[in-house]
Structure formats: structure tokens, C-alpha cells
Write a new protein. Structure first.
Length: 174
């Protein structure tokens, strides 16, 4: 007589994201076990399509890097984003363009006017990138540049907190 036994461990995540379930199957002929297979299955909750905060910040960083390349023909060294509830802080390391560097070296008085023009060009485009990534409207966007440190900071006040899901390592602590 061939006998099939299946057992499943049920798991429910309280954070509405994906859950791993291990399914064990034992096959026996008579009283002798023939085989056992374990298979991990991932079940998805409808909200699992939401990004983690880290994924969201990585997406914003990548799209802003592309914006700098396309609009200013300049590639910053690094762009790092931080989300604090409905506030987004973006640190652009190496954000000063070659033209600005030349103006700094020459001690030009036109430097602040050049940066102001760049900021006015970039602000609405940065706002569209942030809104597109977060699905939340931008209330205020501020930018400032430090020429001594070759960095730009962007602070964005969002109309609400972006929807995200907890990271997997946060799920394991539940």
C-alpha cells in the first residue's frame, strides 16, 4: 500500500507582506518510508508589492542620479536618501558641476547666480521624481550647496508618509 502524507506549516505575517511556508511530503510503501521532500513556498499578501523604505530610497537615489546626468551632464559621486516620516533628506556627494568648480577657482561673483539658476531648473524636476517614486505630493523642496565640501543637500516635505512595508529582517523579529 502506497501512502502519501503532506504537512504544511501555516504562517501569517502581521505586517501584510510575504511569508515563507515549508511544505513536507513523506512517501511510504507499507511501513517503509521511501522519500521525504521539503519545499519552501513563498506566499504573497496583496500589500507585498509595496517597497521597503530601503528600496524606495534606492529608487529615488537612482532616479535623481539619472536626472543629474541628463539635465546637467554631470554624475555625482553618490546620492543618499533618508526618510523621516513625511520628510525626505537627500545628500548629493560630488554634486558640483565642472562649470561651478571653474567659477569657484576663479573667485567669480557669478557663482551664486549660477547655482540659483541650476536650483530653479532642478527643483520642479526633483519634485516630480520624488512624487513619482513615493506616490505622495511635495509640499516644499529646499536645496543648498556647500562648495568647500562639494555637496548639495535637498530637503523635501511630503504631503504624507509614503506607504512602505517592513524589511524582511524586521519581519523575523515579529
Amino acid at each position: 500500500m502506497t501512502k502519501f502524507v503532506s504537512s504544511e506549516s501555516d504562517a501569517v505575517a502581521s505586517d501584510n507582506s510575504q511569508v515563507k511556508v515549508t511544505v513536507s511530503r513523506k512517501v511510504s510503501i507499507g511501513n517503509s518510508p521511501v522519500a521525504q521532500t521539503d519545499k519552501a513556498v513563498t506566499a504573497f499578501h496583496p500589500n507585498s508589492a509595496l517597497p521597503t523604505v530601503g528600496q524606495l530610497m534606492r529608487t529615488v537615489s537612482q532616479k535623481l542620479l539619472r536626472l543629474y546626468r541628463e539635465q546637467l551632464n554631470h554624475t555625482p559621486k553618490d546620492i543618499t536618501c533618508y526618510l523621516f516620516s513625511n520628510k525626505l533628506v537627500v545628500w548629493v556627494d560630488g554634486g558640483i558641476t565642472d562649470v561651478e568648480k571653474r567659477l569657484v577657482e576663479a573667485g567669480s561673483e557669478r557663482l551664486s547666480a549660477a547655482r540659483e539658476a541650476l536650483n530653479n531648473l532642478l527643483k520642479p524636476k526633483i519634485a516630480r521624481v520624488v512624487e513619482g517614486c513615493t506616490d505622495v505630493g511635495v509640499v516644499t523642496l529646499m536645496m543648498d550647496t556647500c562648495y568647500e565640501q562639494n555637496c548639495t543637500v535637498i530637503v523635501v516635505l511630503l504631503a504624507g508618509q509614503p506607504q512602505t512595508r517592513p524589511a524582511k529582517r524586521q519581519m523575523s523579529n515579529l
